[in-house]
Design a protein around this ligand. Structure first.
Ligand SMILES: [Zn+2]
Length: 408
């Protein structure tokens, strides 16, 4: 592959914005230096000079989405978690059946246009595997395990294993198999433990929805609340299969990506930090399903790594990461807007890479050349606000490179 050199007004590296620099890459990033030095080092390289208002970022990484529910627009009921869940159960077959490859590839393209070069796809049925294989992006394919009824768990576990094996057959593609445990309330701890042991044994990335709604917290803590009727009606279950604490203990010493975590308290935060778990922040999904805000300030103060993620179209109106970043920026008024903007850019680059383990998300020598460019509307008066202005003024990016190849 030919070496390419890109020069722009700014290059984002290690949380800073470098001026007057250029980046050389083939499939991997080779070097960041002045244009003159790079031209001298790589005289055969193709050079592209972008605008002085252009910022070069590592490709953004969306750690949590559900492509199989991409057909939802005006079907599922928003506002509160359990009524939404009833509407999912009522319309699930219709939504899954109408979610064909075209619907999923459109969702994948929306991500791409907003600069997402890698994503984590939670797959409940495996029907999104083909679309993920064909996607231009890197995909961490999270095969999801669900099942709380002891009579059903073996069948469901075997189905999960089959899907996991199926997704492991594409070593030459950009797909990496991974494991997702649905949630503390929906997975029996015996099979959850089995799947966690398997993740450890195969060194697979592990994720779980955790403390998403007030209903979940109440059910796990007291066996009461909105979930009571739901579980009695659908599963003849009068109490939760586990407690919050016992569930979280299952993941001790194996860094796990906890999705939502809006209802965590200080003890949970301490435990999450101790075990190097990470958190996926999905502000729009949380808002639409009626939950309270993630305690993001405390998460940052406790040095817990978080990502900003779109969740699926089952609880969102788009998979555009800039829309997600803007929403996150608006709701955490206890964090200064400048610091928050920097943290948010980090959340979809360096942090998200550490969660999905892709060797992307940073513009550093030897990392994958997953690169995006966007252009600010005017000359920034200070470097301190480039994260903020990038988030505020961007709807879609200008160009996208994955493994050095221009895909947009
Ligand atoms: Zn989810």
């Amino acid at each position: 592959m030919n070496i390419k050199i890109l020069k722009a007004g700014y290059i984002y590296q290690d949380g800073e914005y470098l001026c007057d620099s250029a980046i050389a890459f083939d499939k991997k990033i080779i070097k960041i230096d002045s244009l003159e030095n790079l031209k001298e080092l790589y005289p055969q390289a193709t050079v592209e000079i972008l605008s002085d208002l252009t910022v070069i970022y590592p490709g953004f990484i969306n750690t949590h989405t559900h492509l199989e529910f991409s057909a939802n627009k005006t079907t599922l009921e928003y506002g509160s978690f359990v009524p939404w869940l009833y509407s999912v159960i009522k319309s699930r077959d219709e939504l899954i059946n109408s979610c064909d490859d075209l619907v999923m590839s459109s969702a994948i393209n929306d991500m791409l246009r907003s600069g997402i070069t890698s994503f984590g796809a939670i797959s409940s049925y495996g029907s999104d595997l083909q679309s993920c294989i064909e996607a231009p992006q890197r995909v961490v394919f999270f095969n999801e395990l669900i099942g709380s009824d002891p009579k059903m768990v073996d069948v469901l576990y075997n189905d999960f294993l089959e899907r996991l094996n199926q997704s492991s057959n594409y070593a030459d593609s950009l797909i990496t198999p991974a494991i997702a445990i649905h949630s503390p309330y929906s997975v029996h701890p015996i099979v959850a433990q089995k799947a966690i042991n398997l993740a450890k044994h195969k060194k697979l990335t592990l994720s779980t929805h955790f403390m998403e709604s007030m209903a979940e917290k109440e059910w796990l803590d007291t066996n009461e609340g909105d979930f009571k009727e739901f579980f009695s009606k659908f599963l003849s279950q009068n109490s939760a299969v586990t407690s919050k604490e016992d569930f979280l203990n299952l993941f001790d010493n194996y860094s796990t990506h906890l999705v939502h975590a809006t209802q965590i308290d200080n003890d949970d935060i301490k435990k999450i930090a101790e075990n190097n778990h990470t958190i996926a922040h999905c502000p729009r999904s949380n808002r639409f399903l009626g939950t309270t805000n993630l305690p993001l300030k405390s998460i940052i103060d406790n040095k817990i790594k978080f990502t900003t993620a779109t969740d699926g179209l089952s609880s969102n109106y788009s998979l555009n990461i800039f829309e997600e970043l803007k929403s996150a920026l608006m709701i955490h008024s206890d964090i200064s807007v400048e610091l928050l903007a920097d943290e948010l850019i980090k959340s979809v680059t360096k942090n998200a890479n550490e969660v999905l383990n892709l060797n992307s998300g940073e513009l550093k020598e030897g990392y994958n050349a997953d690169i995006i460019t966007l252009t600010l509307p005017d000359i920034p008066s200070t470097l301190k606000h480039i994260s903020l202005w990038s988030i505020l003024h961007t709807k879609e990016v200008d160009s996208v490179f994955i493994a050095g190849k221009k895909v947009l």
